[in-house]
Unconditional design. Structure first.
Ligand code: ADP
Ligand code: MG
Length: 703
């Protein structure tokens, strides 16, 4: 039994809303609106100005207009099976053309002599000719008026909400439903922010914000409502982040590692070059973290080639010096292998036991390795990120370094907790990335990260000159590469696929170059489908200078470090992301010779074009990260896919930076005063916070 109008609550099913009923209810539910609350929270994505009813000559082109008059002519314009219906509406001031596409059904409904009230968006007539009205309405809504009707009711100009709608449910239908419940629903909406807090920030009350969103009196009201609702989203997220941080600090501990000048000296003796000032500063920040019994959570940003590996090595050796374990996790096997090799080389002759854990171990090798890790017979474990998700148990993991993973999420970090047998302890976490988090984002989900930056590159690096070329000028790039190879330098050719037919792929590129531009040079292919031994052998020969150029997929994207390689050519560059291209380019420019990078591609979208242009203009990874953020927008970066968090409904990280800063400051202060949000006055706030972000932020324990 549908309940009566008077009994509506926020929890009432959508079917109870006046005019909805069970059939429409289905359509609402399919749009994610099962209840009155969901209906009120279904916000318009924009507003349209709807002008007051006016005489025809006073109608404003571009606006949604309302007019009335007499039909003076009608016409059917045949168009196959979908004829158009035309009508002319006239009042004492002028005439208006009405056009309905697929309007055949109107032939029997609208006749000359009838009086109509019409509403629609007014467009200037494309070919205004004498005898035609200056304005037309396409597919207007219409209503028949009595023969002699009253003078026009002076309807008011208003801002009409436009809702996200579906094929079966129009924005108008949603508007009508909202209008039917708003009066009853608004008084039931409780505000989770205390009045004095709102007043200080000039934020409207929550119910009032919803009213102003659905039925604004003017555009200022829309802005005020937006501001409140956007602030709420940002504040809840920030509170969640800070709540979690406070909780971790209170309940979790990590091994406090020992640091002495003597240990420092011993570690530095292993590093064959002087640290850059940036590296040293970051190492000092790490020492500060690792010698405390609270789990560190630090992001180290440093451009490609800035020397993050030795910083990681320092942290790991600090663990080893305290007789604890460390892990270094890389995004690809190739990189893990290379890390293991270079660390082994640096630590040659020491007691430190390194364990390389990759997917290419035999089952027997693997279980032997896992046993060594579990029993503490391995000091430094090097593997891929998969080590985190697999059932690897450590004897006493003190430091986990996650390399090249700037989106190391909250959930992944949570898996680290399980890596130590003790429920209340977790390793110090260090995430390293060459793709810095744009400033805005670093204030949001990454709000609980401490960030260190290596701003400088090791001395003696030469600039990389980047050239963007269209496909038909690719020969220029290969000519340049040939000249370099002839001087004994090496190069990379990157293609997007191993053998996909529609793209330049490893196989066909190899054939083409062997018999063309690079004939007579020693070429080899590397890609993810090769066996590890084969790939290792090729990389070793490349490093030894026995191969001139590698034709590769993005397996070489990160970490590959061959200083003699000075030319990079990327085919179909438009297919790669900006960060990826920056990483790829970082494979050259590692030695003392000048390097060149050629991006070959015919970008078909403005975004792809901007990406390539950005790369040609700068080699600064920080500038590129900001640019990438601008091009792609936060939706991409902040989307559920990347971060595991639901996207904002109202807040817009580009636009609302000031609100974000305010929310962050407020959340910090709030949690400092009330670290668990357990005051009775905070109950509603906490409930809403947990509902919005609890799962994603791993706030289960707090709930
Ligand atoms: P990334 O930050 O991209 O991971 P790496 O750690 O791979 O960079 O370092 C790039 C190269 O620079 C390596 O060959 C490394 O040995 C070298 N390197 C790192 N730090 C220094 C330094 N302070 N002086 C000279 N060379 C350095
Ligand atoms: Mg690196």
């Amino acid at each position: 039994m549908p309940s009566t109008k008077h009994e509506l609550t926020l929890l009432s099913p959508i079917e109870d809303v006046p005019g909805v009923g069970s059939r429409r209810g289905e359509a609402f539910r399919r749009l994610g609106i099962p209840s009155v609350a969901h209906l009120v929270f279904h916000l318009p994505h924009r507003h349209e100005r709807e002008e007051a009813e006016a005489p025809i000559t006073a109608l404003i082109p571009g606006a949604v207009v309302t007019a009335r008059g007499e039909v003076t002519a009608t016409d059917m314009v045949p168009r196959g099976r979908k004829p158009r219906f035309h009508a002319v509406l006239a009042d004492h001031t002028g005439r208006l053309d009405l056009i309905w596409f697929h309007g055949g059904y109107l032939r029997d409904k609208i006749h000359p002599g009838m009086r109509l009230l019409v509403q629609g968006k007014a467009k200037s007539h494309p070919r205004s000719a004498p005898g035609q009205g200056a304005l037309q309405l396409i597919n207007p809504k219409w209503e028949k008026l009595p023969e002699t009707d009253d003078p026009p009711a002076i309807a008011e100009t208003r801002l009409r909400p436009v809702y996200p709608a579906s094929e079966e449910l129009s924005s108008q239908a949603i508007e009508a439903a909202v209008a039917g419940v708003l009066g009853q629903a608004l008084p039931l909406i409780e505000d989770h922010l205390p009045p004095h807090f709102r007043k200080e920030r000039e934020l409207p009350e929550l119910a009032e914000a919803y009213r102003m969103m659905h039925a604004p009196r003017d555009t200022d009201e829309i802005s005020a409502a937006r501001r409140r609702l956007a602030y709420d989203e940002l504040l809840l997220l920030q509170l969640g982040v800070h709540l979690r941080r406070a909780e971790l600090r209170r309940t979790m501990h990590a091994p406090a590692l020992r640091w002495t000048a003597e240990i420092d000296g011993r570690i530095l003796a292993r590093i064959p070059f002087a640290l850059t000032p940036g590296q040293r500063r970051v190492i000092d920040e790490l020492i500060g973290d690792l010698t405390k019994p609270t789990p560190a959570n630090r992001l180290i940003q440093g451009d490609v080639g800035s020397g993050k590996t030795v910083v990681a090595l320092y942290a790991m050796l600090l663990a080893v010096a305290s007789h604890q374990q460390a892990a270094l996790l890389a995004p690809t096997e190739l990189l893990a292998e290379q890390h293991a090799q270079s660390i082994a080389a640096l630590l040659e002759g020491s007691q430190v036991r390194i364990e390389l854990l990759t997917g290419s171990l035999t089952p027997a090798e693997r279980s032997a390795a896992l046993r060594r890790i579990e029993s503490g017979r391995a000091d430094i474990v090097v593997g891929t990120h998969a080590v985190l998700t697999e059932r690897t148990t450590f004897a006493d993991l003190a430091v986990a370094v996650i390399d090249e993973q700037h989106r190391f999420g909250v959930r992944q970090r949570a898996t680290l907790r399980e890596k130590s047998g003790d429920e209340s302890s977790m390793p110090h976490t260090i995430v390293m990335t060459a793709t810095p988090i744009p400033r805005t984002l670093s204030l949001t989900i990454f709000g609980d990260l401490d960030v260190s930056t290596i701003p400088d590159l090791p001395p003696g690096r030469r600039p990389i000159v980047t050239t963007v070329l269209p496909e038909r000028e690719a020969a220029v790039a290969y000519e340049a590469m040939r000249a370099r190879l002839d001087k004994g330098e090496q190069g990379y050719i990157v293609v997007p696929a191993v053998d996909a037919e529609e793209l330049r792929n490893v196989r066909t590129t190899m054939e083409r170059l062997e018999h063309g531009a690079l004939a007579g040079r020693k070429l080899a292919a590397v890609h993810g489908r090769l066996k590890r031994q084969t790939r290792d052998a090729i990389m070793a020969r490349f490093r030894a200078g026995k191969i001139d150029a590698l034709i590769a997929t993005t397996v070489i994207e990160v970490g590959v470090d061959v200083p003699n390689a000075t030319t990079m050519i990327v085919e179909h560059a438009e297919r790669f992301g900006l960060a990826q291209l920056h990483q790829l380019r970082g494979r050259v420019g590692r030695g003392s010779a000048d390097s060149a990078c050629f991006l070959i591609g015919d970008p078909s979208t403005p975004d792809a074009q901007s990406r390539l242009e950005a790369l040609a203009t700068t080699t600064d990874g920080f500038a590129l990260a900001e640019r990438d953020f601008e091009i792609r927008g936060p939706g991409e970066l902040f989307g559920a896919r990347q971060s595991g968090l639901p996207p904002f409904r109202v807040a817009d990280l580009m636009r609302d930076l000031d609100l974000l800063r305010m929310a962050r400051r407020d959340a910090q202060a709030w949690i400092d005063k009330s670290p668990t949000l357990d005051a009775p006055t905070e109950a509603l706030l906490k409930r809403r916070l947990l509902k919005a972000y609890g799962v994603e932020l791993g706030l289960g324990d707090v709930a």
